[in-house]
Each structure stands twice: as structure tokens, then as C-alpha cells.
Design a protein around this ligand. Structure first.
Ligand code: ZN
Ligand code: ZN
Length: 112
């Protein structure tokens, strides 16, 4: 089961619902990235070895092509601007030195 929680920046009002790192669901594995293009924290589907697959490929188990696919931002489709979110520092992508903390009033959901 994968779960997501709401994180909120302590300096600006940016909030995001994220798994905050690698998380395993029934059919997909996600990891958390910052997109430098649209300045969002995004969860991207990957597989267990850290290679990336489109959700369609995972759903239909069409994973015989073991070549590495590019990470794609689910919000703006950028393929070149994703960097791994440092889940210990949890930097905010919207402001300079903000930090994302769990929002106690936020929601927690099971995504898979
Ligand atoms: Zn911020
Ligand atoms: Zn993006």
C-alpha cells in the first residue's frame, strides 16, 4: 500500500500531497522529485530497480524493454528538469530556503 501526506512550506503557502520518497503500491512504485521547470514537488512512477516506466507500461506489464525511460514531470511533461527531492532536508521548490513540513491539518491518503 502506498500512502501520501500533505506537506506545507514553513515560509510560503505551497502545499503538496506527496509520498515524500520511494513508496510501493500494488502495481506501481513512485519516488519524489522536484521539477525545476514548473517548480513543483511531484511523485513519478518508477520501478523497483529505479528505472522508470510509463504508468501504461506498468499497468499492462509491458516491461520487456529494459532500457531506461526518461523521467517525465506529470504536471508539465518536462523530461529534463527533475531532480530527486531530498527527503531529509525537504526543500521548498517555490521559495529559497523554505522547508516542507507535514501539515497536521492536511490529509493522508492511500493511493494504491
Ligand atoms: Zn516555500
Ligand atoms: Zn514540471
Amino acid at each position: 500500500m502506498g500512502s501520501k501526506r500533505t506537506y506545507k512550506c514553513i515560509k510560503c503557502d505551497y502545499t503538496v500531497l506527496t509520498s515524500a520518497g520511494k513508496d510501493w503500491g500494488m502495481i506501481a512504485v513512485v519516488d519524489t522529485y522536484i521539477c525545476n521547470s514548473c517548480k513543483n514537488i511531484v511523485d513519478v512512477c518508477i520501478d523497483r530497480e529505479g528505472e522508470t516506466y510509463k504508468r501504461h507500461d506498468i499497468l499492462f506489464k509491458n516491461m520487456k524493454n529494459k532500457h531506461r525511460l526518461d523521467l517525465t514531470c506529470p504536471k508539465c511533461s518536462s523530461k529534463t528538469d527533475l531532480i530527486k527531492w531530498k527527503t531529509r532536508l525537504r526543500p521548498c521548490p517555490k521559495c529559497d530556503d523554505g522547508k516542507m513540513e507535514v501539515d497536521p491539518d492536511g490529509k493522508e491518503i492511500l493511493w494504491d
